[in-house]
Design a protein around this ligand. Structure first.
Ligand SMILES: *[C@@H]1O[C@H](CO)[C@@H](O)[C@H](O)[C@H]1NC(C)=O
Ligand SMILES: *[C@@H]1O[C@H](CO)[C@@H](O)[C@H](O)[C@H]1NC(C)=O
Ligand SMILES: *[C@@H]1O[C@H](CO)[C@@H](O)[C@H](O)[C@H]1NC(C)=O
Ligand SMILES: *[C@@H]1O[C@H](CO)[C@@H](O)[C@H](O)[C@H]1NC(C)=O
Ligand SMILES: *[C@@H]1O[C@H](CO)[C@@H](O)[C@H](O)[C@H]1NC(C)=O
Ligand SMILES: *[C@@H]1O[C@H](CO)[C@@H](O)[C@H](O)[C@H]1NC(C)=O
Ligand SMILES: CC(=O)N[C@H]1CO[C@H](CO)[C@@H](O)[C@@H]1O
Ligand SMILES: [Cu+2]
Length: 573
């Protein structure tokens, strides 16, 4: 306040209430942030291996989580964030990209240097990691897409606070072991602490991880090297005028959950830590590994000048053959790995745009701000381009449906209050704490029929297992089926096969291979074939997959995962 005003006491009180509320919620209108002014950053690259006499050898890394400030846009004040980095000085949002080599161990000691107070509002009424001293922010790192031991999987209850002062009930060790013995591809690391995943990611705890297999990938001749092979990590955020990240601190059912809301959407689209950046590119081919790290926003990317995407991989696995598309629909945590040939561009600039409604698929249409992602400025001179995109890429045989040893029904439920607002979401009607029900046998393949009984599209993610989407079939007379499920919670008793007889949805060509996240269309049954074994080798797991604390599977809309669309997954022999 720069003027002194004289009020009667009640009026003054009212004025204070109004101005405080107003100050709290003063958001940056995205139209105040000029687009395409910041250059697209490349996150620092860290090798997860040493080279000794030309041979890659195992390496130990220490990566910390720090509170610091980050500039998301030229005209935005610095934003308090939580960032991963080898030191506070070079911690970034997203964190450094870790590049590992097939079969060469990377050890990471993840260190929590965070203060005792969170920068975002969290909700103690959902199942949440809370240190008994009430001090410190629980964190635990999951490497999304990893085929690795349970002790290094970043189980939601294996959290720890600053200096490991306090640890969650399933905590086992400080240094995680990544064997990198799996198919080459794109992974990403992010926080996974119980009930805090949505706020810890929103605060900035995300980063990319690539497993390279030069012998297998090299001969493909795809764009390669720091300049031509780049990661784009995309997410959405809203900001206050003072630069801080805005997350609504009032729940949609405040009397039940004071803070929790079913989906976070931000107004500004951030790529590699900058709002609507630009990148200058040469008139030739580039490879972009696009990771959707939004809490809840789906993206449907397209180019405004008709440039196309040549998909070479999906999530963490190469495609058998490349697929050319005009657009990419990416759910949270899905990864598209594409080559873009800028020599085909008819213009010298092009906008990467987005037109996915939010929530997806029936929410609001995009607006001027979140309908744009970034701009490419294409140099005029055409160049000799030696990179190729062969039709045939890498083939990992799909399992036969008949080889499945077990069939499971996984029903997704949403529970609403009397104002019809979501209170929480459960898988199979069970809260997270109920004893484990999914106990696949190591080395087997299972059929999972995922029944979406909610209005939303839920990107389902299974730790350890990779899967192939077989089909998506509409449920007919869904209200009747739902009423039965509401009573018995038993898909077989409710005659799932009778109801799952509506129209089929085509699985897009670029998503027909192996996946680790897929969009569970509302009102449909999605049949997936999940493999609890390597896909690149017939060897059995190089670690004990049956060890404690086991794994989890969950919806990758983080606000759902936290409350609590997540269940334990325990492998057996
Ligand atoms: C920004 O404003 C919010 C709401 O008033 C406040 O909680 C926060 O501490 C402020 N942050 C900074 C960096 O000034
Ligand atoms: C981190 O910063 C230090 C100096 O501040 C520098 O020597 C080092 O190379 C940086 N590391 C990375 C991965 O950027
Ligand atoms: C925050 O959420 C509450 C409850 O859902 C809603 O009434 C309010 O309008 C929201 N505030 C903003 C600024 O969106
Ligand atoms: C990103 O992921 C979020 C959450 O899973 C999803 O809602 C959104 O549509 C995805 N966006 C893109 C571009 O894939
Ligand atoms: C499920 O059953 C309960 C009563 O057992 C009822 O209150 C609720 O409305 C039902 N929900 C649906 C979606 O049918
Ligand atoms: C696994 O075994 C099958 C059958 O013996 C063989 O056809 C296939 O090539 C093997 N796969 C790998 C990756 O070695
Ligand atoms: C879009 C859609 O079909 N949504 C359906 C999902 O399932 C619920 C419950 O069965 C239906 O009420 C929705 O209409
Ligand atoms: Cu969900």
């Amino acid at each position: 306040m720069d003027r002194v005003l004289v009020f009667s006491v009640p009026l003054l009180a009212l004025f204070l209430v109004l101005t405080t509320t107003w100050a709290e919620d003063r958001l940056i209108n995205p139209s105040q942030l000029e687009m395409f002014v910041d250059e697209l950053p490349d996150m620092p690259r860290i090798h997860g291996f040493d080279v000794v006499n030309g041979v890659p050898k195992p390496k130990r890394l220490r990566i910390g989580m720090f509170k610091k400030e980050w500039k998301f846009h030229r005209d935005l004040p610095p934003t308090p964030v939580f960032a991963y980095g080898v030191s506070k000085n070079n911690a970034t949002v997203p964190g450094p990209t870790i590049e590992a080599i097939y079969g060469v161990d990377t050890y990471v000691t993840w260190k929590n240097h965070l203060p005792s107070k969170h920068i975002l509002p969290w909700d103690p009424t959902i199942p949440t990691a809370v240190p008994s001293t009430k001090r410190g922010i629980p964190t635990v790192v999951h490497l999304h897409g990893v085929i690795g031991e349970p002790e290094s999987d970043g189980h939601a209850e294996s959290w720890f606070t600053n200096r490991f002062a306090e640890k969650g009930p399933t905590w086992t060790k400080k240094t995680y072991h990544y064997r990198n013995f799996q198919q080459p591809g794109n992974l990403w690391y992010h926080d996974h602490a119980m009930g805090l995943t949505r706020v810890n990611l929103l605060a900035g705890l995300v980063g990319a991880y690539i497993i390279r297999h030069p012998k297998v990938e090299g001969p493909l001749g795809l764009p390669y090297g720091d300049e031509f092979d780049r990661t784009l990590m995309v997410f959405d955020r809203s900001f206050r005028i003072n630069g801080s990240i805005y997350m609504n601190s009032t729940g949609n059912n405040p009397s039940i959950h004071p803070q929790w809301q079913p989906e976070y959407f931000g107004d500004a689209i951030i790529v590699n830590g900058k709002a609507w950046p630009h990148a200058t590119v040469r008139r030739r081919k580039y490879r972009f590994r696009i990771i959707n790290a939004s809490n809840a926003r789906f993206f449907r990317f397209f180019f405004t000048n008709g440039l196309r995407f040549i998909h070479v991989a999906a999530d963490s696995v190469y495609l058998e053959e490349h697929v050319v598309t005009n657009e990419i629909l990416l759910a949270p945590s899905e990864i598209a790995d594409v080559v873009i040939d800028f020599s085909k561009s008819k213009s010298d600039t092009v906008i990467l745009a987005n037109n996915a409604k939010y929530p997806f698929p029936d929410g609001d249409p995009v607006n001027e701000a979140n309908g744009k992602v970034m701009k490419f400025i294409i140099k005029k001179d055409k160049e000799v381009d030696t990179w190729r995109v062969p039709k045939k890429l890498i083939k990992y045989p799909s399992p036969e449906l008949s080889s499945a040893s077990q069939t499971r029904y996984i029903a997704l439920y949403e529970y609403t209050s009397n104002t019809d607002e979501p209170i929480h979401l459960y898988i199979n009607g069970k809260p997270y704490e109920e004893p484990v029900t999914e106990t696949p046998k190591e080395g087997t393949t299972e059929v999972w029929n995922v029944i979406n009984l909610t209005e939303d599209n839920h990107p389902l993610h299974i730790h350890l297992g990779l899967f192939v989407v077989m089909d998506q079939t509409e449920l007919i007379n869904i209200e009747e089926f739902k009423a039965c499920m509401n009573k018995s919670n038993d898909a077989i008793k409710c005659k799932i096969n009778k109801y799952a007889s509506g129209k089929k949805l085509e699985v897009p060509a670029q998503e027909k291979g192996w996946k680790n996240v897929y969009k569970m269309t509302p009102g449909y049954v999605t049949k997936i074939l999940v493999r609890f074994a390597y896909i690149h080798s017939n060897a059995s797991y190089a670690f004990d997959a049956t060890a404690e604390p086991g794994y989890v599977y969950h919806c990758h809309i983080l606000d759902h995962e936290d409350n609590v669309m997540m269940r334990p997954l325990k492998l057996i022999r």
